[in-house]
Structure formats: C-alpha cells, structure tokens
Design a binder for this molecule. Structure first.
Ligand SMILES: [Zn+2]
Length: 485
C-alpha cells in the first residue's frame, strides 16, 4: 500500500451576490464525492470552497437588500455554509477573498510576481461588459448582441486599467495541455481550450478603478486601482493553503490535484489561471474537471434567470442523500442535465425506496431471521481492491458511471434472491442444499457490506445507516419511506 498522499481539491470560489441554487449544490457534491473517495484511500485531503467577494455586483446586491457590504457578505456566506452542512459536504476550509489575513498577502505577492515577470502593463480599455458576469465580451462571443449567459444588454465601458500579458502564454499553455501536464477533463473541454489557444489568447484587463469596487484589493503601488476580480479570486486557491503567509504549508498542498468547475468558468481556469502561474513561476494544477449546467426550461439555472430551485428546500423534503444521488447519477457527469421536483421524486421512489431501500431491508431481514454471521473486509481494503469499478470510475471523475456500478449490483442481488430463494434451501433436509442456502446468505450479506462501503462518497448518511444496521443485524426503519404525489 502506498503511503498517505496529500490531495488538494477545490470547488470554485463562488460569487456571493445571490442565494445559492442547485448548480452550486451540484459542483459541491461532485467535489465532495471525490474528496471522500480520497479519504477512503487513506490520503490526507484538503477540500477548499469559498466566496469571491471583491466584486462590483456585490455592492449592488448589498444596496438592494439594504445592508452594508460586510453585513451582506456575512449573510450570504452564512447561507453557503448552511447549504454545505445540509448537503453533508465535507469541506475543510472556506476562504473569503475579503479576508485580509488569509488572502490578501498572497494576492498582493501574486501581483508582484506577475509584474516582476514583465507581464503587467497599463493601457486604455474599451469593451462590452456584462455586470452580471463581471466580464468583458468580444463581439463574436455575444448572443443576439447580448451576454451569452444572462441574455442582457452589455455596457460599453472605457477605462484605463492594468493588463496581464496573457497572449504571451498561448504556446506554453498549448504545450502543457497537449502533453497532459495540465489535464482538462473531459476530452471535449480539452479540445475546446485547445481550439481557443489555436485562435490565440488576447491580453486581459486585470484591474478596475478603485471607485468601482472600494472594498477590493488595492493594486500594489497604485491606490487608484483594485485588482480585477478574477485575478484576485483565482489566486485564492493558492492563498488558502498558505501562499504569501506560510511557505511550508503552500509547498505541502500546491499544486492542486483537481479544480472542480462548471463549464462557464473553463477559460478562466484553463487559460488565465495557468498562465498566471507560469508567469509567477509556480507549478500548474494537475487537473481541471469541468461539468455542465443543471437546466431548467432550456437555460442555465440561476437567480438572474428566475428559474432557480432552492436546494435547501429539496433537501428538507427529500433528504440530502436523495439530492446527492440525483445530481451524481441522473445528471450526466460532464454534460448538461435536467432537474425538477417530479424527476427527483421519481428517482427517489424508484431507485431509492424500491431499489436500494427494499434490497437493504430484504437482506437484513434474512440475516436476522437465519442468524447469519460473517466477517467483512475493511472499507479501505474493499475500496482499493484491484479493479474496483466504482473507484476506477471516480478516479476519472465520472460519478454517474461510478454509481451505475452500485445500482448494477443492486439489480443483480435482487435477481439472485428471487432466483435462488435461499430461505427454501435452508429448510431442505439435504445438507448440501442447506449449505448452499447458507453460503448464499453469507454472500448476500458481504455484498450488502460492499454496497454500504461503496455508497460512502456519494450518499454518506445512507452508507452510515446501512453500516449501523449491519452492526445490529437489524434495520430499525425504512431507509427511504416512499413519497406519494
Ligand atoms: Zn453575463
């Protein structure tokens, strides 16, 4: 067995401008499943999430809710933490980019490194700006002349800013991505980035006038400018683990093993961020894993689209594990997926109440009645076993395929119980038949244990309940009571 390795995984550093929706819950659940599976391997894991707070639209949102910016940010980040708790997310750290102790020293150091490399310069900037995205778009990226994500008209903005020489890194980035030194998962997203690099990268604005975002991080040596939100937010992946304040800690955790992101922020994570790291002379993250959107009515779900589902409400009604199950299995791992309450209820009744729940109570009933006893392998042994298809799929970040293997096992066991009827064999007067019945029971029991262990990264509470029931040879109440319309 290899020694414990540090594994550093991040969710995006989310915008705190609105309450969270199911898309955020999805990213967090994917990252959580990976983090938990790494812990099952025996690795030391650091799982980071956080809030990207130095943004102009935070000021508007705070005004709209009649709060000061700090009060507003405290309120929203409290909602983030509440959701993560409700969803059973095992994150280790929540970084806030307004944190002057944890984040600012490293953000300032990053800026200085980029400037020392000759990659920061001053220029006039004129462009089309989406206040929702807080990003500039080029004409060809627009959809009907509007923001491709928010479908709102863009603002023509002209200002004098600092720029980052992103164009200089087109070729080096191409080489790193083609060689696999920086993995972009899945392949379709890798090709998308390579196509972007083929067209060539343009330099990007890296600062805003300070009056636009007074609470932002001042550009070193120029109080009239603050760092542009992406430059500051991306750097939080480094500052969280010590960059700029604790070199030994940073050396332990960096480079990150995986950034888990949605497809809308791919170009920031697969172009701007690695280019910044190259400029600063720092190692690149090992992987950028990109998932799709949760759709509702054909659009990305979000507050500004008016189609957001509140994940906390869904958890209150169906439980955290039901929502986790749906997101990880019913949403294709790297493509867009659809979620609504009816679909969630169908999955709950079909796969959880009838599928998993029934099987667990059936096997435990047999075990209790016939006093079956056996010994189980440790979770780590089962998880690391050669060819374990659940682990292998999760190593590819394919949660859907990973869970498919567990439900494949559930169907197989259902069929085996039906066909072999071990309780009849046990009644047989023939000792050979009787032994066969007993062996079948033991195998079912071991398989139930396997299911409990394999479920842990995806449905931790359910996994725990099955483990406890196995410990008592008894299930006190149904895992998933059916929900009627
Ligand atoms: Zn937009």
């Amino acid at each position: 067995m290899s020694a414990s390795k540090p594994f550093y995984i991040t969710s995006p550093i989310f915008y705190p401008s609105a309450a969270l929706h199911v898309g955020h819950a999805y990213t967090m659940t994917v990252a959580d499943a990976v983090a938990r599976s790494q812990r099952l391997l025996g690795n030391e894991v650091h799982f980071l999430s956080g809030a990207d707070e130095n943004a102009g639209k935070v000021i508007k949102a705070a005004k709209a809710s009649e709060k000061s910016v700090p009060e507003f940010l405290d309120m929203i980040t409290e909602k983030f933490r509440h959701l993560f708790k409700a969803l059973d997310i095992s994150y280790d750290q929540f970084i806030r980019t307004t944190d002057k102790d944890t984040h600012w020293p490293g953000a300032i150091l990053m800026w200085e490194r980029l400037r020392e490399a000759g990659d920061i310069y001053r220029a006039k900037y004129a462009g089309l700006y989406c206040p929702q995205c807080e990003a500039f778009y080029t004409e060809k990226e627009l959809k009907d002349g509007k923001c491709p994500l928010h479908l709102i008209p863009l603002e023509q903005i002209e200002e004098e800013n600092y720029f980052f020489r992103l164009s200089k890194y087109t070729e080096p980035l191409k080489a790193k991505i083609e060689s696999g030194e920086l993995q972009i998962i899945p392949e379709t997203r890798k090709n998308e980035i390579l196509a972007l690099l083929e067209r060539g990268l343009e330099d990007v604005s890296f600062s805003r006038p300070a009056h636009a975002v007074p609470h932002g991080i001042p550009v070193p040596g120029d109080k009239k400018q603050v760092m542009y939100v992406w430059c500051d937010a991306l750097t939080s992946y480094l500052t969280a683990v010590g960059f700029g304040r604790d070199d030994a800690l940073a050396a332990k955790w960096w480079p990150a093993d995986a950034h888990i992101i949605g497809k809308d922020i791919l170009r920031f994570h697969a172009a701007i961020w690695p280019a910044m790291l190259l400029s600063a002379g720092l190692p690149l993250p090992k992987r950028v894993v990109t998932h799709g959107f949760i759709l509702s009515g054909g659009h990305k779900m979000g507050k500004s689209m008016g189609n957001a589902l509140d994940p906390v409400e869904l958890i209150d009604e169906f439980g955290a594990d039901a929502l986790r199950y749906y997101l990880l299995r019913k949403v294709p791992s790297f493509e867009d997926g659809v979620l609504n309450k009816e679909l969630l209820q169908d999955a709950y009744n079909g796969d959880l109440a009838n599928g998993l729940g029934n099987l667990v109570s059936r096997i435990l009933k047999l075990v209790e009645t016939y006093e079956v006893e056996t010994e189980f392998e440790t979770p780590k042994t089962l998880w690391t076993k050669n060819g374990n298809p659940v682990r292998l799929a999760l190593e590819e970040f394919d949660t859907r395929v990973a869970i498919d293997h567990i439900w494949g096992k559930i169907s197989t066991l259902d069929r085996q119980i039906q066909e072999s009827k071990p309780w009849e064999l046990l009644k047989s007067l023939d000792n050979h038949e009787k032994q066969k019945g007993f062996d079948t029971m033991v195998r079912l029991y071991k398989d139930l244990w396997w299911i409990a262990v394999m479920l842990e990264p995806f449905m931790p509470e359910t996994s725990k309940k099955i483990v406890q029931a196995i410990g008592k040879n008894k299930l006190d109440k149904a895992l998933f009571p059916r929900k009627d319309q």
